[in-house]
Design a protein around this ligand. Structure first.
Ligand SMILES: Nc1ncnc2c1ncn2[C@@H]1O[C@H](COP(=O)(O)OP(=O)(O)OP(=O)(O)O)[C@@H](O)[C@H]1O
Ligand SMILES: [Mg+2]
Length: 353
C-alpha cells in the first residue's frame, strides 16, 4: 500500500512527523534520512538527519523491512529492541511507502509494545511457576501409588508411611490452589475498597489463639500489645484475617525456634504515608532475618529466599503476594525491615477511616 500525501515538499513532511507522538523517521529515495521527530531522536540516541539509514537503525530485522519497502513501497512490520536506562524496551516498527512530488519516500514509525511484551512474559512465567509447583507433589503422588500397587502392597508399615506422605503432598496441592484462588479474587476486587467495620483488636486476639498450637510446637511465644480501646477500621474481615495469618505463619516458620514473636497494634493516629489517620500493625520475629537485596522481591508471586528450606516447611511463596494485594485493596502500606541475624519486622499501615 502506498500512502498518497497531499504535500509536495519534504520540509512539509518534516513538520508533519514533528506532530506525531510516536518516534517517526522519514527516509528519502537516496536512502538518507530526510527527517526525524524528537521521540525518534531520543529512541535512536542521535539526530540523524542527512545520514544513511543503515548507520542509524542498525537492527537487521528493521533494515530488511526498510530495504524491501524502499524497493516496492509496500507496508511491513518488524521488531526493534531498545533500552531506556536499565530497562529493555520492545517496539513494533511500521515501515510504509509514501509518495511525494519529490519522489517516493519511506516512513518508519515505532510503537512501544514493551508493556504488552512484559504482560505476556509475566503470564508465561506464572504458568511455568504454577505447573512446576504442582508437578513436584504430583510426581511424588504418582510414584507412591505405583509403589503401593507393587513392592509395598503387603507391607502395612510402609503403606502407612507412604499414605502419610501422599496426604501431605495432596494437602500442599490443595493449599496452592486455595492460594491461587484467593490471589485472583483479591486482585479482581482490588479497585473496590472494603468498608465494613472490622475490630482489629479482636481479630488479633483470635489469630494469636488460633496459631498458639503451631507456635507452642515450635517453642515460640506471642507477645501481643494492644491499645486500651478496641481498634475498629473499615475493611474486609476475612482478608484482614488472612494478612495476619500469613504474617504469623511466616514468623513461626522463618523466625527460628524458641523465640518470641511480637505483635503490636497502635491506636489510630495521623499517618503521613497514607495522608490520613491510620493504624500500625507490626509483626516482629527474632529469627535469622532476610538479606536486603531480597526484601523488595518478597511480595512477588512464588518468590522464596531459600526455596529449598521454604518448600520443606510447605511454602509456595504466595503468602506475601496475597498480603500485599489485600493491603493495597485496603489502601494501606506494607513495610518490611530486617537485619540479618536479628530478625524481621512486617509493618502494615491501614487507614483508620
Ligand atoms: N519472617 C520471616 N523471616 C525470614 N524470612 C521470611 C519471613 N517471612 C517470609 N520470609 C521469606 O520470604 C519468602 C516469601 O514468603 P511468603 O509468605 O510469600 O511465601 P512462603 O511462606 O514461602 O509460602 P506460603 O506463604 O505461600 O505458604 C519465604 O519463602 C521466606 O523465604
Ligand atoms: Mg508464607
Amino acid at each position: 500500500m502506498i500512502l498518497k500525501v497531499g504535500v509536495s515538499m519534504p520540509t512539509s513532511f518534516s513538520s508533519l512527523i514533528y506532530a506525531f507522538p510516536l518516534p517517526s523517521v522519514l527516509i528519502g529515495e537516496s536512502e538518507k534520512i530526510e527527517a526525524l521527530n524528537p521521540p525518534a531522536t531520543a529512541l535512536l540516541g542521535l539526530d540523524a538527519t542527512g545520514r544513511h539509514y543503515i548507520t542509524v537503525i542498525r537492527q537487521p530485522a528493521v533494515l530488511d523491512a526498510v530495504e524491501q519497502t524502499l524497493k516496492d513501497g509496500m507496508a511491513r512490520n518488524a521488531r526493534f529492541l531498545g533500552s531506556e536506562g536499565l530497562r529493555d524496551t520492545t517496539w513494533r516498527v511500521n515501515v510504509c511507502g509514501v509518495e511525494s512530488i519529490s519522489g517516493p519516500m519511506t516512513l518508519v514509525t515505532f510503537e512501544d509494545v514493551t508493556a504488552v511484551e512484559e504482560a505476556g512474559q509475566m503470564r508465561r512465567d506464572f504458568v511455568a511457576n504454577v505447573s512446576h509447583e504442582l508437578r513436584t507433589p504430583l510426581t511424588a503422588l504418582l510414584g507412591f501409588v505405583e509403589t503401593l500397587r507393587g513392592a509395598a502392597r503387603e507391607d502395612p508399615v510402609a503403606r502407612d508411611r507412604f499414605l502419610a506422605i501422599m496426604e501431605r503432598e495432596a494437602a500442599r496441592m490443595a493449599q496452592l490452589v486455595d492460594d491461587l484462588l484467593s490471589l485472583s479474587r483479591v486482585e479482581a476486587e482490588e479497585r473496590v475498597r472494603p468498608t465494613a467495620p472490622v475490630d482489629l483488636s479482636a481479630l488479633l486476639e483470635t489469630a494469636v489463639q488460633a496459631f498458639s498450637p503451631m507456635a507452642t510446637q515450635n517453642g515460640n511465644t506471642f507477645r501481643l500489645d494492644l491499645p486500651p480501646d478496641p481498634v475498629v477500621i473499615p475493611g474486609d474481615v476475612r482478608q484482614l484475617q488472612q494478612v495476619v495469618s500469613n504474617l504469623l505463619e511466616n514468623a513461626i516458620k522463618y523466625g527460628g525456634r524458641d523465640k518470641p514473636v511480637d505483635l503490636v497494634l497502635s491506636a489510630p493516629m495521623l499517618e503521613p504515608t497514607i495522608r490520613t489517620e491510620g493504624v500500625h500493625l507490626t509483626v516482629t520475629d527474632h529469627g535469622d532475618g532476610i538479606a536486603g537485596h531480597h526484601i523488595p522481591r518478597l511480595t512477588e508471586r512464588f518468590y522464596r529466599v531459600d526455596s529449598h528450606r521454604s518448600r520443606e516447611v510447605g511454602g509456595t511463596g504466595l503468602g506475601l503476594a496475597i498480603v500485599k494485594h489485600i493491603i493495597n485493596r485496603h489502601r494501606g502500606r506494607l513495610r518490611i525491615e530486617s537485619s540479618v541475624g536479628k530478625g524481621t519486622r512486617f509493618s502494615v499501615i491501614l487507614p483508620a477511616r
